[in-house]
Design a binder for this molecule. Structure first.
Ligand SMILES: Nc1nc2c([nH]c(=O)n2[C@H]2C[C@H](O)[C@@H](COP(=O)(O)OP(=O)(O)OP(=O)(O)O)O2)c(=O)[nH]1
Length: 338
């Protein structure tokens, strides 16, 4: 699986309501040093020495650019505004486990910015970005067992506590008890409520039935198009067949013609949509009923119009792309068929 991961210079800043999360710059060093060279901040952080040597700020900032280039970690400045002036509020970072499918989230906020939800806002955004954009399955985090603020932040943004442990804290000169946390895509926001008109109930489960039409576009080389669900949607980061919810009174074909135009900028005709199989899968909040069509002919160039990543995938490689559970049987059928 390949992912277009932006190197430091080209990293598009992540915005939240009040902050911008951007690559660290050499000129952030003085402000970073002022904020982190504070016992109240440093004592909560496992890898930060106290006192914090001034030169280390420059060195660390330079190392974050290298990590971003190689795609191993993203440490970002949390910046806000005071009047017209940009101010450094803290840092938030995500580090991938080498050769693994997990990443670790860490953050700190300068003392004068405490008490305003900055950590939740920045760390929550970083967590969602990571699950939607990196080739990872889970994010882990830890906090000192008695750091009630940080434990609350992690819970608030979607982490579950998985246990306790001991971790070395450079600033304390030894191991300290910590709480361990974990979050996956299933811990992110539940899907939004469905309009009643489009949601009959399945009598046996009491769950609404969600009708979604999906399409496997197949190119001249027999490759299948997958789209990555973008940040902000349920199941963000998983790969899916393009398509979407059927509107009330819409046929599956009409829904697909509309969705493929909106999402991919292509025009398909009903005659080119061949019914292939369907998924029937119970999610926690609804029961998904999803016809899957095959389409080999369309007009226009396939483009991710909603900023979603796209991949043309050989049938034998489909299984290496994490997909929603409903799609797993469809992928097996498609592989056998193509
Ligand atoms: N398009 C698509 N959706 C899938 C697949 N597998 C799967 O479980 N789903 C689920 C995820 C969502 O719960 C639902 C599709 O809803 P969606 O939110 O993407 O639909 P939409 O494009 O109409 O989105 P929106 O306008 O509501 O943002 O179906 C798949 O392969 N393709």
């Amino acid at each position: 699986m390949t992912d277009a991961l932006s190197p430091a210079a080209g990293f598009a800043p992540l915005r939240t309501e009040r902050f911008t999360l951007r690559a660290l710059r050499a000129e952030d060093a003085p402000a970073l040093h002022r904020l982190v060279n504070d016992w109240e901040v440093a004592k909560m952080l496992a890898r930060v020495p106290f006192p914090y040597p001034r030169g280390l700020a420059e060195e660390w900032i330079a190392s974050t650019a290298v990590q971003m280039e190689e795609g191993s970690a993203w440490h970002l400045a949390i910046t806000g505004h005071e009047g017209d002036r940009e101010v450094l509020v803290g840092c938030v970072g995500i580090t991938r486990e080498p050769n693994g499918t997990r990443a670790e989230l860490g953050y700190w906020v300068g003392r004068r910015f405490w008490g305003h939800g900055a950590a939740s806002e920045a760390a929550g955004r970083m967590l969602r970005w990571a699950l939607a954009n990196l080739p990872i399955e889970r994010v882990v985090a830890s906090a000192l067992a008695d750091n009630t603020r940080s434990n609350a932040v992690l819970r608030r943004i979607g982490f579950r506590e998985t246990g306790t442990g001991m971790q070395d804290f450079v600033s304390r000169g030894g191991a300290m008890p910590v709480r361990l946390f974990e979050a996956g895509r299933e811990d992110m926001d539940a899907p939004a409520a469905l309009p009643a008109a489009a949601a009959p109930e399945a009598a046996a489960t009491g769950k609404r039935i969600l009708l979604v039409a999906a399409c496997a576009l197949i190119d001249a080389d027999g490759r299948v198009l997958l789209a990555r669900r973008p940040e902000g949607k349920p199941l963000a980061g998983l790969w899916e067949f393009p398509g979407g919810k059927m509107h009330a009174e819409e046929t599956p074909e009409a829904a697909l013609i509309r969705e493929l135009h909106e999402e991919l900028g292509i025009d398909v005709t009903e005659a080119c949509l061949a019914p292939f199989a369907f998924a029937s899968h119970g999610y926690e909040a609804f029961h998904l009923l999803m016809p899957l069509y095959l389409c080999r002919r369309w007009r226009g160039t396939v483009t991710g119009r909603e900023g979603q990543a796209l991949a043309w995938v050989r049938p034998e490689k489909l299984a290496s792309y994490p997909m929603p559970p409903a799609d797993v049987p469809l992928v097996a059928l498609l592989r056998d068929f193509l």
